[in-house]
Design a protein around this ligand. Structure first.
Ligand SMILES: *Cc1c(COP(=O)(O)O)cnc(C)c1O
Length: 360
């Protein structure tokens, strides 16, 4: 059996140790004689996984008792709708920083409900950077300011935590959650669809300030209310047990590998290798992101023409470098180098890029 270097944006590469562990205990989980997907979500064995995963996430983010971790289905895209439903009104609208397609999609849901306002946008620059603090026009009556911390498609990332005054800060961290230390306490709600950096698709990790949940509106169907998940430890209905179990394994893997400080060190070393190849290529490779907005997770770049880009994808594949084709909105290439991508994978890609440039 052969494993490739998987640069796909999501679903994405997982730590090999985690996959092996899951494989080893798949047929009989915690001596139950059943797999994790066959066992009751009310069983002692499952409950332990569920609660440990929550506490590991809080430990890694350095958040305390005033926060709760929720597990919700429907992907990050359903959070786009749940957030304005639960918190925004016409009088206290949601404010949105548009820094890519996902943040625009989040805003779209608020607009459907007629409770969304744009606080800043870089759309007219094809989202090549995130807005600066001095560009944010936050309505002081806003229910929240929503930002997308890492823009998976464009390869840009926030390198500062926006100051919002008394307005609660919300963030979509789907593609950079647990990739580096952030001052998480400055956020009131953070969510991440786990299939980028944390596990298999099927669950969203939502970290929410408890005092905020207690304010969620009551005119919302049960499964769309944060309060339902909060009151029932995310066990109101059957949770996506396998996804949560895998997120738990990834969180434990991060802890065992030095936590977020070490992840940040590895991730910046990996990103630097690729950005250096781009910057030293005499414009053969052109980065999409403005330098001060460059993502540590998704490295986006173009080649001189589309023909070379097709050739690049095909030849990369021959070297077992998979998933480097960019999103159609940006074109070119995108290398997603999440926590689980080993530095050897990045070095192999960098060597390939240098050789490809020399030959072409
Ligand atoms: C992938 C992605 C989404 C969409 O996630 P789904 O779980 O597919 O709904 C939202 N935001 C960001 C930043 C993403 O990378």
């Amino acid at each position: 059996m052969k494993r490739v270097y998987n640069f796909n944006p999501g679903p994405a590469t997982m730590p090999l140790e985690v996959l092996k562990e899951a494989q080893a205990e798949f047929l009989s989980f915690a001596e139950s004689g059943m797999s994790i997907i066959e066992i009751s979500h009310r069983s002692k064995q499952y409950e332990k996984v569920h609660n440990q995963t929550k506490s590991d996430i809080l430990e890694l983010t350095g958040l305390g008792d005033d926060y709760e971790v929720l597990f919700i289905q429907g992907g990050a895209s359903m959070q786009f709708a749940m957030i304005p439903m639960n918190f925004a009104t016409k009088k206290n609208p949601g404010n949105y920083v548009l820094s890519g397609i996902f943040s625009r999609n989040a805003y779209k849901e608020a607009k459907i409900l007629n409770v969304g306002e744009v606080a800043a946008t870089t759309e007219d620059e094809n989202f090549c950077r995130v807005p600066r603090q001095d560009e944010l026009k936050i309505n002081p009556d806003a229910a929240y300011l929503h930002v997308c911390y890492n823009n998976t498609i464009y390869g840009t990332e926030f390198h500062y935590v926006p100051e919002t005054g008394d307005v609660p800060l919300f963030a979509d961290m789907s593609s950079d959650m647990l990739s580096r230390p952030v001052d998480f306490k400055k956020f009131s709600l953070i969510y991440a669809g786990v299939q980028k950096n944390l596990g298999p698709a099927g669950v969203v990790v939502v970290i929410v300030r408890k005092s905020l949940v207690e304010k969620s509106l009551e005119t919302i169907p049960t499964m769309l209310r944060y309060e339902t998940y909060y009151n029932k430890n995310s066990l109101y209905n059957t949770p996506p047990a396998f996804s949560i179990y895998m997120v738990g394994k990834v969180a434990a893997w991060i802890k065992a590998n030095g936590g977020l400080e070490e992840m940040a060190k590895r991730n910046s070393a990996k990103a630097k290798i690729l950005y250096d190849v781009i910057d030293e290529s005499n414009e053969f490779y052109k980065g999409h992101a403005a330098k001060d907005s460059r993502s540590f997770m998704n490295v986006t770049f173009r080649l001189p023409n589309e023909e070379l880009e097709k050739k690049f994808v095909a030849e990369a594949l021959e070297k077992d470098l998979v998933g480097v084709k960019g999103h159609r909105l940006v074109g070119g290439m995108r290398a997603s180098i999440y926590n689980a991508m080993p530095i050897e994978g990045v070095e192999t890609l960098a060597d390939f890029m240098k050789e490809f440039r020399r030959k072409n």
